[in-house]
Design a binder for this molecule. Structure first.
Ligand SMILES: Cc1cc2nc3c(=O)[nH]c(=O)nc-3n(C[C@H](O)[C@H](O)[C@H](O)COP(=O)(O)OP(=O)(O)OC[C@H]3O[C@@H](n4cnc5c(N)ncnc54)[C@H](O)[C@@H]3O)c2cc1C
Length: 391
């Protein structure tokens, strides 16, 4: 549940985040991305800024930011470097599942620790054989006394190596039809108090083309015991709906990351176009470049408006799967578009690792894939269109 924030509060928060991004995030992006090095100092700063509790309700120690302010924070971070946003985005999707679907005891026990960043993590839904079709997962949890025993493999799990908790989607009934009624979601602490991975869990970092520096891993559960107290909501059978219920906010987040990438690529391009000369004038005076900049700028603004529309509906607790889907689809494609156009504007230098534009290009495509691919988004939009306009 979000708190009420005045316009002055919003401006103060965005000013604080803006200074942090300009002074701390932007200057290290290139080095950490290229070395694929985890930005531990940024995590410490994120804790101080309250980012790990950004959308967690004040009752549970968070800031309770509305999605509309939160999205602007995400855009600002991604306009400098998309990857660190994943450290608190995926974490907050996990927190949102617990806040929306957990029992009161679970919320009191888990959320304050997540809000401070003592517990940090993400969501473990995807498996080697199941991404878009999440109901096809094979990981199981079998009841054994007061515990459940988890077996199975998750893949592409962000924050799993440097974090210490996950919301894990499993099958508690492999025969159940419809399939989603056989799923459950568990809150799992993956490490002991000294930071060692618990027995029964194996975490292996994956190599990626972009979204570097942030850990995305395979997570294997081998007879891992989790207390039945950590079955989110306390009842089996709702895991799939609990997981996808948080995706509206997740999609607004990804849209914001796409818009941030687009904004960052545009900013770099506007600058470079004025610095670079060809045929006796700066390339910004060539109409072919102006057409690119004009198109990029219009798409960035359209992305912001779609995000704002989805976020406002989300904050008003109205159904917004269509709006969040449109924002996610359009803003992430705009991220790819602007990064590609930026590459063209930078010409051969776009291929040099000395310039930041190549990072935006490598990072952009992920936004079209995560939180439901853009193919799935258009299907969701179309289904909603038909449902809302039945003849
Ligand atoms: C860097 C990175 C980080 C990630 N982080 C996480 C994470 O933290 N947690 C997590 O759980 N997952 C994570 N993921 C996984 C991500 O959510 C999935 O990759 C995504 O949902 C797509 O699933 P898939 O890769 O299995 O593709 P598939 O589902 O196999 O899809 C392949 C293609 O088929 C299309 N397709 C599939 N079904 C349909 C359909 N019904 N109609 C039309 N087209 C269809 C898709 O759109 C896509 O084009 C991450 C992925 C990456 C790359």
């Amino acid at each position: 549940m979000s708190e009420i924030y005045s316009k002055e509060d919003e401006l103060a928060i965005l000013d604080m985040i803006g200074k942090w991004v300009d002074n701390e995030v932007a200057p290290i992006a290139k080095e950490y991305d290229q070395a694929d090095k985890y930005p531990h100092d940024l995590v410490t700063q994120m804790k101080e800024l309250g980012l790990f509790g950004a959308t967690i309700g004040a009752d549970y120690g968070g800031m309770g930011l509305p999605a509309s302010i939160y999205a602007k924070i995400v855009i600002k971070v991604a306009s400098a470097w998309m990857a660190p946003g994943g450290i608190f985005n995926s974490h907050l999707i996990q927190a949102s599942a617990i806040e929306r679907c957990g029992t009161e005891e679970q919320k009191q026990r888990i959320l304050p620790r997540m809000a401070t960043g003592e517990l940090r993590g993400g969501i473990a839904l995807t498996e080697p054989n199941a991404g878009s079709d999440l109901q096809a997962i094979l990981t199981t949890a079998k009841r054994d006394g007061d515990d459940y025993i988890l077996n199975g493999a998750k893949t592409w799990i962000t924050n799993s190596m440097n974090g210490n908790s996950l919301a894990v989607l499993v099958k508690t009934d492999t025969e159940m039809q419809p399939r989603h009624k056989g799923t459950s979601l568990f809150f799992v602490e993956t490490k002991d108090s000294e930071g060692n991975v618990l027995l029964g869990i194996e975490i292996t970092k994956m190599k990626k083309m972009g979204y570097k520096a942030i850990d995305t891993c395979e997570v294997v559960f081998n007879n891992f015991r989790v207390s039945a107290e950590n079955l989110i909501g306390g009842k089996e059978g709702s895991g799939f709906l609990q997981a996808i219920g948080g995706l509206e906010l997740g999609r607004i987040n990804v849209a914001a990351r796409g818009a941030g990438i687009a904004q960052g690529a545009l900013d770099l391009s506007v600058r470079y176009a004025q610095e670079r000369e060809a045929f006796g004038k700066s390339i910004s005076n060539h109409q072919a470049i102006q057409l690119k900049l004009g198109e990029m700028a219009a798409k960035v603004e359209a992305s912001r408006l779609l995000i704002e529309q989805a976020a406002q509906k989300y904050d008003a607790e109205e159904r917004c799967d269509m709006e969040a889907g449109m924002a996610k689809y359009f803003a992430s494609e705009t991220g790819v578009y602007c990064a590609q156009e930026g590459m063209r504007i930078f010409g051969g230098y776009s291929y040099s690792v000395e310039y930041d534009i190549e990072r935006f290009y490598r990072d952009a495509m992920l936004m079209c894939i995560g939180e439901g691919t853009n193919e799935m988004q258009r299907i969701i939009i179309a289904k909603q269109l038909i449902e809302r306009n039945k003849i």
